[in-house]
Design a protein around this ligand. Structure first.
Ligand code: ACM
Ligand code: ZN
Length: 721
């Protein structure tokens, strides 16, 4: 068996996260079945499994890998040093954990340097260690349920990319996912929600499955932090045991997304008995020194009306419901402490007074972490701006994640030490399947692990992105249905008279674009994009990105309305929101229509007031119809206006009524939709200016969970015909 051994032409060191110090050397170590693994004081299972799983051939090369723990080596317990020579690899660390991290480097280098069926490990001298001690991913198995196999796959992937924490979100309004012996209805009832009246969605992990997962994670040096949410996000538990709420009324396991007002009663001692029982069983299952108790998004509506909660406020000399929440958290923390556990909570646990020693997970920006650190509490950073991988690529792409700095500038050297790391959060409202999960996590998690392990001083996205390209074959090897690095292209629009030019800008040099326009008189064959596209007709512009000649991302559809008001000048009575600008002052008259994604950049948002503007459409314009598109998504307080009206003028002094239309919209209708409100006349009018108004419904109505809040108007394009 004299197999020819052909090493790759060039050594590839594109390990992610980047190695702290690496001195490349020429030549390779050839990994084969003959390779002797010499373990001095630890086990070699992980490496043996890797070799067997890659079906390596026998060679007649004699070589050896030595794994050695040397407790005298200084440095943190995840650090390791690795010397790779043609016939000998020696991996030394001061703990098993360090050995495990180093083995991941060996595995990655081997997979990055495959050639002709052999695995080569390029020679080098390596010293590596993580910059942050807490490097995690939150997996929400409550909004959608993921199987034991998927959880284990993610434990593998986290380990392979040198993360060390799985934050496991196990309880929610939409489902309770962990078996608790003392309260069997939590899973027999609370793990299932009714979808559309006739089908049931749900699932849970048995204690045996959890033990199995925890043991598996330990073998991969991943710590699992269970999250048991309180006092909010607890409707599935309340649905199972109704005495846990303030009202005691029967409620459903929720089949919708959002924040719900049924929360645990803070005045009822039997709630604390329940939670302590639950946490006792949780602690028996999870060796983690940290237990996450949520604490976020707990509306105080029920507590305000509950005599038991109000009695507690009086008896405990609390000022308000925020201090009652703080009382709640502190009481749970005291219990956890008695069991030798530390509490982690979302940044809301700062409100009403932070418990001593509690760890804050900062999500509403960086502020929670800053406050915690200044207060001498540890903090984990996972701000919505960089770490919410459930968000789409428009808000958070690979480059954005890579730009993340978990350490806020506001902190001094002493305070900075309290920032123990970060997490990326995979909330699963919009992640129903394993494939969706893969595409949300990868490749963005590369940015996160790079920041948390390596903490690059001088970031260079181009170089980093090059390394990311090397990782795709590895993801394929591990059956990961990875997604895109970013939205494939951006665009800008130059409105002209009755038409618009659109310029498409690909995200990178590797991306090519093709497009076609769909309209009754358009040629519907795809064309390669080279220069700006002139839009002369109303219709749909479809754009498909290609990378390496393969479709990259989904087909994009942009809708246009080429009406007479394009390129008008607009004066607002009150300006649009800074968050929803619709692309600025030309946004309502650029011919491009907003899509069903209200964050697509086309919609202009107006919060808490009516919409009113004056459009200058140019002298002697004539029209039969003035219309506009509006958006409704009442979960986000966006409502179709109740009425629109238009007046026209030649001089902005005398105005004539063009017409008005009341809306027949149902504000209760859930979901996201667009409605056109139109004012049509039998006889046209001639004018230069239009004063256009849309009436806001005012306050969010009584039946809504956010009743009394200011409502939004979302508008895109005022169409003149
Ligand atoms: C959160 O996203 N509600 C922590
Ligand atoms: Zn109560």
């Amino acid at each position: 068996n004299n197999n020819r051994i052909i090493p790759p032409l060039k050594s590839n060191y594109d390990v992610i996260p980047n190695i702290q110090t690496l001195v490349p050397q020429s030549d390779f170590f050839v990994l084969s079945k003959n390779t002797i693994i010499n373990t001095i004081n630890n086990d070699s299972k992980e490496l043996n499994y890797f070799i067997n799983n890659n079906k390596l051939i026998n060679t007649n090369i004699e070589n050896e890998i030595v794994l050695k723990i040397d407790e005298n080596i200084e440095g943190n317990n995840e650090g390791y040093s690795l010397e790779i020579k043609p016939n000998l690899i020696s991996l030394i660390a001061n703990s098993n954990e360090g050995i495990h991290r180093g083995i991941q480097t060996i595995k990655q280098l081997a997979l990055l340097n495959q050639n002709e069926g052999n695995l080569f490990i390029p020679c080098a001298e390596i010293k590596d260690f993580p910059r942050f001690e807490h490097r995690g991913m939150l997996l929400d198995c409550a909004r959608h349920f993921f199987s034991v196999e998927v959880v284990k796959k993610y434990i593998d992937l986290l380990s392979f990319y040198k993360m060390n924490t799985l934050h496991w979100h196990l309880t929610e309004d939409q489902g309770w996912r962990i078996e608790i012996d003392k309260y069997p209805k939590l899973t027999s009832h609370g793990a299932f929600r009714m979808v559309d009246n006739d089908s049931v969605y749900g699932g849970f992990y048995t204690k045996q499955q959890i033990k199995d997962i925890v043991q598996y994670a330990e073998s991969k040096y991943i710590n699992i932090i269970p999250e048991i949410e309180l006092p909010g996000h607890s409707q599935a538990a309340i649905s199972s045991y109704k005495h846990l709420s303030c009202t005691g009324e029967q409620v459903e396991v929720v089949n919708d997304w959002g924040v719900f007002k049924e929360i645990y009663c803070a005045g009822n001692d039997s709630v604390f008995v329940f939670l302590e029982d639950v946490l006792t069983e949780v602690i028996e299952l999870f060796p983690s020194k940290y237990i996450h108790i949520g604490g976020d998004e707990a509306p105080k509506t029920r507590w305000e009306q509950c005599h038991k909660c109000q009695k507690r406020i009086k008896e405990e000399n609390l000022h308000d419901e925020h201090e009652l929440q703080s009382y709640f958290i502190k009481r749970i923390q005291t219990f956890l402490k008695s069991k030798g556990k530390e509490l982690i909570g979302w940044d809301e646990i700062l409100e009403g007074g932070l418990a001593e020693g509690a760890i804050v997970q900062s999500w509403r920006g960086m502020n929670g972490g800053i406050q915690a650190a200044k207060n001498g509490n540890k903090a984990i950073m996972s701000p919505t701006s960089h770490a919410y991988f459930d968000y789409d690529l428009k808000s958070i792409d690979l480059q954005k994640v890579y730009s993340f700095d978990p350490i806020p500038k506001e902190l001094n050297e002493e305070e900075k030490k309290y920032i123990i790391g970060g997490e990326c959060n995979l909330w699963s409202e919009r992640i129903p399947t394993e494939e969706n999960l893969d595409s949300k996590v990868f490749p963005r998690i590369f940015g996160m692990t790079e920041v948390l392990w390596n903490y690059p001083k001088n970031k260079d996205f181009k170089t980093f992105n090059q390394k990311v390209q090397s990782q795709y074959p590895l993801l394929e090897h591990y059956n990961v249905a990875y997604g895109e690095e970013s939205i494939p292209f951006t665009y800008y629009i130059e409105p002209h008279l009755n038409s618009s030019n659109i310029t498409l800008k690909p995200y990178s040099e590797q991306i090519k674009l093709k497009y076609r326009m769909l309209c009754p008189t358009c040629d519907s064959t795809f064309q390669v994009y080279s220069d700006k596209i002139l839009i002369k007709h109303s219709g749909e512009l479809q754009v498909q990105a290609l990378k390496n000649d393969k479709e990259y991302g989904e087909l994009a559809s942009l809708y246009f309305d080429t009406h007479r008001g394009i390129n008008s000048t607009i004066e607002y009575q009150k300006k649009y929101s800074d968050y929803y600008t619709g692309g600025g002052d030309k946004g309502l008259c650029d011919g491009k229509l907003g899509s069903l994604d209200f964050r697509d950049g086309s919609w202009q948002g107006f919060w808490g007031h009516d919409f009113e503007c004056i459009l200058d459409v140019g002298a002697k314009n004539e029209a039969f119809e003035i219309a506009a598109n509006f958006y409704q998504y009442n979960n986000s307080w966006i409502f179709i206006p109740t009425e629109i009206s238009a007046e026209v003028s030649h001089d902005k002094i005398t105005w004539e009524k063009f017409g008005s239309t009341t809306s027949d919209n149902d504000p209760k209708q859930r979901g996201k939709f667009i409605k056109t409100l139109s004012i049509k006349r039998d006889k046209s009018m001639v004018f230069r200016y239009i004063r256009f108004k849309a009436k806001n419904i005012g306050k969010v109505p009584d039946w809504h969970e956010a009743a009394g809040s200011d409502a939004w108007i979302f508008i895109d394009e005022i169409s003149v015909k």
